[in-house]
Design a protein around this ligand. Sequence first.
Ligand SMILES: C[S@@+](CC[C@H](N)C(=O)[O-])C[C@H]1O[C@@H](n2cnc3c(N)ncnc32)[C@H](O)[C@@H]1O
Length: 246
Amino acid sequence: MGMLKKAPEKLWWGGTAPQDFYPDDQDIRAAGNLTELADVFGSDKGTLGNAHNYARLYERLINPSETKALCEIGVACGASLKMWSAFLPAARIVGVDIREECKNLCKDNKNIEIKIGDVKDLNYSNKFDVVIDDASHVSEDIVDIFNRCWKWVRPGGLYIIEDVGCTYSDDYTEHFNSLFGTNKVNNRHVFVELVDSIMKNVDVKIDIESMEYHPQLLILRKRKANANAAVSQQSKFLNWLSSWRP
Ligand SMILES: C[S@@+](CC[C@H](N)C(=O)[O-])C[C@H]1O[C@@H](n2cnc3c(N)ncnc32)[C@H](O)[C@@H]1O
């Protein structure tokens, strides 16, 4: 067996225009799992660059035979979209990016669709088995995008927020703002408030089944539609509990 040929490291976050990279077919075929696919296509969800190693976890959580549509917010060079396209050949893969230059990427992949614009201008509902926020990683945006895109996830599906560590870094925020000419706020408390509000407002966010923290990741699962009966029992109990006084 030959050695796995990893993609060259990308400069996608350094201000260069996004570029397409296509490995040879034989290199794609040589990849035996999602981490190796990430490495072959040049996404840092495997062992390249920041070596996030998310792919190892995603492979356990995302079942190709049950996944019909996946949306990733943040396309850059399209590396992760191509990784998803290879892992989920029967699924529809939608990428969203604010940068106009991303629109011509991934043309060889028939199941990839790229939308250009701010996610807040797009309207989907219950369309995706998985939605991944790999956009700015600035807490203000994470909260806005969650509020906008949670409804894009089908019941039983996953909403994944990547690179949560960036919300701790002033250097990162400065770099981001200078690159995009923005003045975004990256206060940790904004992000923590999102988690607080999900925890507190059980009746408002009743469709959240679970929240899991993993290193650098927050993963939310949407409650299945057929769990509604149990949920309404639970809300009755919570109402009773909140009105109960000894
Ligand atoms: C980390 S890169 C995406 C990397 C890609 N998912 C991968 O793994 O190969 C982040 C991208 O998000 C885009 N972005 C930032 N804010 C956005 C927003 N509000 N809506 C859409 N795209 C955004 C940036 O233009 C950038 O290309």
